[in-house]
Design a protein around this ligand. Structure first.
Ligand code: PFF
Length: 455
């Protein structure tokens, strides 16, 4: 298996598949609502710091593990540290991917509903209040949101079992540039709306008093979520990279594109939020209320809304495939099941989580775990605990178990390409990233406060 492992076709294929995994609902749906509920520009600032100091080193480190071991997320640790407990990192990743898929597919399902509404013209002619009411009515329902969630899981399942890597690579080549183009046009429309400036101030002018430990934890969670790091997805993908793939450059390109899409999504949404008098703190529904309002302001509204939700659904699809792949590959390889059977197990389990997540906006609203509904609890557990924990352990693992020479050889393709900042990278990966993540955790748990009172 190691010798004839499949690899991505081309350099562009590598970038697009990995960008496809990273860019998704996290950028266009989750990022803006996180900015909204966490105080605007202050969150953006902390987010960017997290991307630079934690995101890039962890991503490079995951690429190292994946290509060096050429194994799935759990198998990689078993191969690199046989008989040790380090494989916990892999299991954490597999479980994390499964849980993320449980709530992610609900939102992906919403994009399909909006795609259809855009197509049949039923988004036309509504006021901002009507959009809000309609969204609430739809998402708290039973049949339609669950139906769309199931449809999205089925779509992901189909692609996974037919193994259409070439199809996805080819689709990504058209989809990603198109998504980018539509984003730019919508940004231009949004910033020329009345009172758009207020939205830009909210997004770009930080109020430092808004930076609290929970904002920092949220920004870090968002950075991990958006870059798909900390859970083995990039380990799995990079195990398909070729020997010649430049790991540092790929990590930088993916990070820059991912961050650009997130910031553009903010520029597209916040001016509109303020212009239409919508609360920026609306939460998960923010994008679904704001954007239809913007489309209404454009000529050929139907084309814009259809195009946008189609691309959003496709961007979500490239991410759900990568999430599904992590769990399917694990079940397939570890339990000796056929790929098809493994995919059925994963899809079945995800459907159960998806139904519960979807119902938590309606009939199961009162059912809470630690004060959060089921959907939010899955989101919290994965983004704020499992992904950062995974990232922290990945860095500790490579920092303590891997010979620096081996690390450098892999990251420089056996010395054929330079890595000018290797020492800086290694320092951040070994010391800064794990300690920073650890401190943020301790602070969030209130332990730092307790300790400081002791002294
Ligand atoms: N990064 C994806 C997004 O921003 O939508 C979500 C995601 C995909 C998270 C794959 C984690 C992952 F492994």
């Amino acid at each position: 298996m190691t010798d004839n492992r499949v690899t991505f076709g081309s350099k562009l294929g590598v970038i697009l598949a990995t960008v496809g995994c990273a860019v998704g609902l996290g950028n266009i749906w989750r990022f803006p609502y996180m900015v909204g509920v966490n105080g605007g520009a202050a969150f953006l600032l902390v987010y960017i710091i997290c991307i630079l100091l934690l995101g890039i080193p962890v991503m490079i480190t995951e690429f190292f593990i994946g290509r060096h071991s050429r194994k799935n997320a759990a198998g990689a640790f078993k191969k690199m540290a046989p008989g040790t407990k380090w494989s916990f990192i892999g299991y954490n990743g597999v479980l994390g991917a499964f849980l993320i898929l449980g709530f992610y597919s609900v939102v992906a399902g919403w994009t399909l509903e909006y795609l259809v509404q855009g197509l049949d013209g039923s988004l036309a002619g509504k006021t901002a209040d009507e959009f809000k009411m309609d969204f609430e009515q739809f998402s708290s329902g039973i049949v339609r949101p669950i139906g769309w969630t199931a449809a999205f899981i089925a779509l992901t399942h189909l692609i996974i079992i037919s193994g259409v890597k070439a199809g996805i690579e080819r689709a990504s080549k058209i989809m990603m540039p198109l998504l980018f183009l539509i984003l730019v046009v919508l940004c231009l429309r949004s910033v020329t709306l009345p009172d758009a400036g207020e939205g830009l101030v909210f997004l770009f002018k930080p109020d430092f008093s808004k930076i609290t430990s929970s904002v920092v934890l949220s920004a870090m969670g968002q950075a991990f979520f958006s870059l798909s790091i900390g859970m083995g997805c990039l380990i799995t993908y990079s195990s398909y990279f070729k020997k010649e793939t430049k790991l540092q450059a790929t990590a930088l390109q993916v990070t820059v594109l991912d961050t650009l899409v997130a910031v553009l999504a903010g520029v597209m949404i916040f001016p509109a939020v303020f212009s239409f008098g919508i609360a920026p703190t609306a939460g998960p529904e923010l994008v679904f209320i704001t954007l239809p309002n913007v489309f209404e302001q454009l000529p050929f509204a139907r084309i814009w809304s259809t195009g946008f939700f189609l691309l959003l659904a496709l961007a979500a699809l490239t991410s759900t495939i990568s999430l599904h792949e992590v769990s399917t590959a694990y079940v397939h390889e570890e339990y000796n099941l056929s790929r098809q059977k493994a995919a059925w197990f994963v899809s079945g389990g995800v459907l159960i989580l998806g139904v519960l997540s979807s119902l938590s906006f309606g009939v199961l609203k009162e059912f809470t775990i630690g004060g959060l509904n089921f959907f939010d609890a899955l989101d919290y557990l994965t983004a704020k605990i499992m992904l950062p924990l995974g990232g922290m352990l990945i860095c500790i693992f490579v920092g303590t178990r891997v010979d620096r020479k081996v690390l450098k050889a892999e990251l420089t393709n056996e010395g054929t390409i330079p890595f000018h900042f290797f020492n800086t990278y290694a320092f951040f990966m070994k010391y800064i990233a794990p300690f920073a993540i650890g401190l943020i955790f301790l602070n969030e748990l209130g332990l730092i406060n307790k300790l400081s009172r002791l002294f």
